[in-house]
Design a protein around this ligand. Structure first.
Ligand code: ATP
Length: 326
């Protein structure tokens, strides 16, 4: 069965790293059909709309979407796309690759972050002049859905534990529910269920991230801790992410448009190629996904490397090397 992939390079270095990742996808044995679509600042300037209808339709029709980055219009692009695919899970692996200068070279963890609720539910108001409030939403259904996703992910990927991160000692009702449901779901799996308070987790990650594998978090905690984890493994050019939903999935590098280097052809394509590897695995091409990841790993170890990693190679040369190693 052919899978349809919506390809949205977006702005800045998205225009460079996404075509490189698509070349890698084409070099695999996966049966994929690519549909190019526009989003971001450039199309907004031309048409007034950062996410044209044709792009929405392409995302809705696709089995998965590969997105580069959007500049000023990022929120107008990414949030509606997450909604279109019904995304409830943000999956952000933070892995230190050999040959890359990482704070903690043995880090290999995945943050599974609930993607729709908490303080990001968007319920804020000014109830009186100078007095503002934000409503934190945690539901049993959404907590169950993300917990099932995290435990399933852990079981499928050979982990022996899931760490539930929360602040239920203070937010007793909301995080209390998140925690309770996570433990309930965890009891159905042959996996250890561990828990760490979110503030303590920040210290643990900085001191010794190697003790963690799959980390399940509510929305805001996951956002902050995954950026912390990114810092531990050597920077933005290497971090992939997935937004997984009921109606599809969207894969994107964690980095943005990098206007300082856009147009020079020197952006590191690794994060986007690793996002493409996650896309392959999501569609069931596990072997192809692993092959792509291995090829990226060998390339990071043996070169060529882009300037952000101390090399002199262009984006396309790195992609060529990955393809050769496939
Ligand atoms: P945006 O406003 O789109 O988020 P930004 O520059 O604020 O852009 P990033 O795009 O994430 O944020 O870039 C932060 C820094 O990391 C920049 O100096 C950029 O050059 C560098 N960087 C990010 N991604 C890459 C990459 N793929 N290859 C090389 N350098 C990168």
């Amino acid at each position: 069965m052919t899978h349809e992939i919506a390809v949205i390079p977006g702005d800045g270095i998205g225009q460079e790293v996404v075509p490189a990742a698509v070349r890698v996808l084409r070099a695999t044995d996966a049966d994929l059909r690519f549909v190019e679509a526009e989003a971001g600042d450039a199309v907004a300037e031309r048409t007034g709309d950062p996410l044209p209808n044709a792009t929405r339709e392409a995302v809705a029709a696709a089995d998965a979407t590969l997105l580069g980055a959007a500049g000023e219009t990022a929120a107008d692009v990414i949030l509606p796309i997450r909604e279109l695919v019904g995304s409830f899970a943000n999956v952000r692996p933070a892995r230190a690759y050999p040959g890359v200068d990482a704070v903690h070279p043995d880090t290999d963890l995945v943050i599974v972050r609930e993607n729709t609720q908490g303080v990001y539910a968007g319920i804020e108001s000014e109830i009186a002049p100078g007095v503002t409030t934000c409503t934190r939403v945690i539901t049993e259904d959404a907590s169950r859905q993300i917990a099932e996703f995290a435990f399933e992910y852990a079981a499928e990927n050979g982990h022996d534990a899931v760490t539930v991160v929360h602040k239920a000692n203070v937010m007793r009702t909301t995080d209390g529910l998140f925690r309770e449901v996570a433990f309930e779901v965890g009891a159905e799996y042959d996996l250890a269920v561990e828990e760490v308070l979110m503030d303590a987790m920040a210290t643990h990650l900085a001191l010794d991230p190697t003790q963690y594998g799959v980390v399940l978090t509510p929305n805001l905690a996951g956002d902050v801790l995954s950026d912390l984890a990114a810092g531990l493994v050597g920077g933005l050019g290497l971090l992939p992410s997935a937004n997984v939903g009921d109606d599809g999935a969207m894969f994107e590098p964690v980095h943005g448009t990098a206007p300082d280097i856009a147009g020079e052809g020197i952006a590191n394509p690794a994060a986007t190629i690793l996002s493409a590897a996650m896309l392959l695995e999501h569609l069931g091409y596990d072997g192809e996904g692993a092959r792509v990841r291995d090829a990226v790993e060998t390339t990071l170890e043996d070169g060529p490397l882009t300037p952000d990693l101390g090399g002199e190679a262009f984006t396309d040369e790195v992609a060529d090397a990955v393809i050769e190693r496939l």
